[in-house]
Design a protein around this ligand. Structure first.
Ligand code: FES
Length: 580
């Protein structure tokens, strides 16, 4: 840790809007004063943007206006000037074709909102899946002092006295209906039991994973990730975050001071320990690209390989975020990583303390939720990065959510050209498929879907489900919800729509999956593969305008984070010209 706080007081960037007696200064201050602001709010105190992803169409974030009020208390107390700013909210549950297509648009919009307006520091008020990475990407690109506070997970769901996890049970119940084990009416009855309170998904899905990644990166106060949305301590966390950002601005503690290579390695290992979402791979690669950190898929495999999954939460395990919080939450996991020599202890955090200082004294209050290492769900919990002639740039698989007996498998490909083809044929009793087959889904990557939908955990055919089979090897260029599970190879790169080898797999080809050796192989000769690729032509027409065109023209592969190519790197926060 080499950070040296800046001297205070000093002039901040907001002074270029609000200081002096020029026409512009009076214009900027005068219009703000229509909100009833006293003159001394413009006396040089830090102006803090509370970037709020509140939206009633992002139900996981629908309570964030209330939390923003608590953030404001903290900012006022610490001598700052809070301004709440609504920003693009990429709702996981509502956006079509997929929220992922809009992560980069949100990041671009938020970046410009930060840079173009009088803010000295920002509180990133996030929760639902894409809202966290999009705002982290924006903060990385502007490098303005920033701190994350998440909305927190929903309370546990219960249906007929059993825990019901967000998303995880949606997939389970959906399969049960297809297998004839549950009626459609029971499925609808269960619907209301899944989402009992404000907050994000209560499993270790992508939202909880990204909240954990923000904390493990050092970008949120310690303990932030797991506090339930409706717990009074979530409001305290928001309040304390407001206090802290003011001091961060005074110290000039920036994202680039916190999000170092070491911080990313801490986050990758944490993801293995919590059994986190594969979506974290794409999001952290994209955030790292914005900071200018050289992070690759190989770092994911190298750092995650020997990390045991010790958090017993769905979809890999049995409990939900509420129990994780009661057990001690992420600080306990970080302490365990530190004790195992798997944590860069001196990584700096937004609190100004090192990661180790924050977690070294915490205790585990429930060893059935945060497991001892010898009872880990899997000893190799990190995301496995597979390579081979079917994925020259890499593909990923989450071992903790997969079936051990399928980790080495050779099977006959049953190919679906796109998601519509899959939906049209998967329930056909005449489909030539059994549990030994390998289901292959094409054209669901960043360009193909477009936006890389969470369809990689495609449901099994009913005739296989009726045999009591619950898992098969599935391969695609899609993503998978963090709440989902199965022996699912994802993010296959290059994607089919960009002419990757996945595009030329045919029904009946043999495919070899060998997770221990990190291999994904299409068993045809090099000459045959080259000939098929030479014959390939794009199947997906480029959109003819709008953001969809921009996305298609500029989105990069999943193996580097699927950011837009012109958004890589940190552009800083220079103050523009006067506006009038
Ligand atoms: Fe919003 Fe899961 S859908 S957090």
């Amino acid at each position: 840790m080499t950070f040296k706080p800046a001297k205070w007081p000093r002039d901040l960037r907001s002074r270029q809007w609000f200081a002096g007696t020029s026409k512009d200064a009076i214009y900027h201050r005068g219009w703000m004063k229509n909100q009833g602001l006293p003159a001394d709010m413009f006396d040089g105190r830090p102006v803090i943007g509370i970037l709020n992803t509140w939206s009633e169409l992002t139900p996981c974030n629908a309570h964030l206006r209330d939390l923003a009020e608590k953030v404001k208390y903290g900012i006022y107390e610490a001598g700052g000037f809070p301004v709440e700013v609504p920003v693009f909210s990429a709702s996981e549950s509502a956006f079509r074709p997929t929220a992922m297509m809009f992560r980069n648009l949100a990041a671009m919009a938020v970046e410009e909102a930060m840079r173009g307006q009088p803010m000295d520091g920002c509180v990133l008020l996030v929760g639902c899946d894409k809202t966290t990475p999009s705002l982290l990407m924006a903060a990385a690109s502007t490098d303005l002092p920033s701190i994350v506070v998440t909305g927190g997970p929903m309370l546990n769901g219960y249906f007929r006295n059993e825990r019901v996890g967000s998303g995880t049970h949606l997939w389970k119940f959906s399969e049960a209906v297809k297998a004839g084990e549950m009626t459609a009416d029971e499925f609808v009855e269960a619907e209301a039991s899944m989402s009992r309170s404000p907050g994000s998904c209560n499993t270790m899905g992508t939202a909880s994973t990204m909240a954990s990644m923000a904390e493990a990166l050092g970008m949120a106060l310690s303990g932030n990730a797991a506090i339930p949305a409706v717990d009074s301590r979530r409001r305290v966390m928001a309040h304390m975050t407001g206090r802290r950002i003011v001091q961060m601005v005074k110290d000039d503690l920036k994202p680039s001071d916190v999000m170092t290579k070491q911080a990313f390695e801490n986050a990758i290992r944490t993801n293995g320990a919590i059994g986190g979402s594969t979506n974290a791979v794409i999001h952290l690669l994209a955030v790292a690209g914005r900071v200018g950190i050289d992070l690759t898929l190989d770092d994911w495999d190298r750092c995650g390989r020997d990390v045991p999954t010790i958090v017993n939460l769905m979809p890999s395990g049995k409990y939900l975020m509420e129990e994780f919080f009661y057990a001690g939450g992420l600080p306990v996991v970080l302490k365990r990583l530190g004790e195992a020599g798997l944590l860069h202890k001196d990584a700096l955090t937004v609190s100004g303390e090192t990661m180790w200082d924050q977690v070294k004294d915490v205790r585990n209050w429930n060893e059935d939720v945060i497991l001892p290492t010898d009872k880990a769900l899997t000893s190799s919990g990190g995301v496995a990065v597979l390579k081979g002639n079917l994925a020259p740039a890499g593909a990923v698989l989450k071992p903790s959510a997969a079936t051990p007996s399928l980790m080495v498998h050779r099977g006959r490909a049953v190919v679906f050209e796109d998601i519509d083809d899959y939906k049209a044929r998967i329930e056909d009793e005449a489909l030539d498929i059994d549990e030994t087959s390998v289901m292959v889904l094409k054209n669901c990557g960043p360009k193909g879907y477009p936006g890389m939908a969470e369809v990689g955990n495609m449901g099994l055919p009913p005739k296989v489900l009726r045999k009591g089979i619950t898992d098969m090897v599935r391969i695609s260029d899609a993503r998978m919800s963090g709440t989902a599970y199965g022996t699912v190879v994802l993010h296959t790169s290059p994607e089919a729509a960009a002419g990757g080898p996945l595009a030329v797999v045919r029904d009946g080809d043999m495919i070899e999956l060998d997770v221990p050796n990190r291999r994904l192989h299409l068993d045809i000769s090099d000459e045959e593969l080259a000939a098929r690729l030479a014959d390939w032509a794009p199947q997906i027409p480029a959109p003819d305008g709008g953001y969809a065109w921009l996305h298609h023209a500029h989105v990069q592969g999943a193996d580097t984070g699927a950011d837009l190519d012109f958004l890589n790197g940190c552009r800083g926060n220079p103050v523009g010209k006067e506006s009038h």
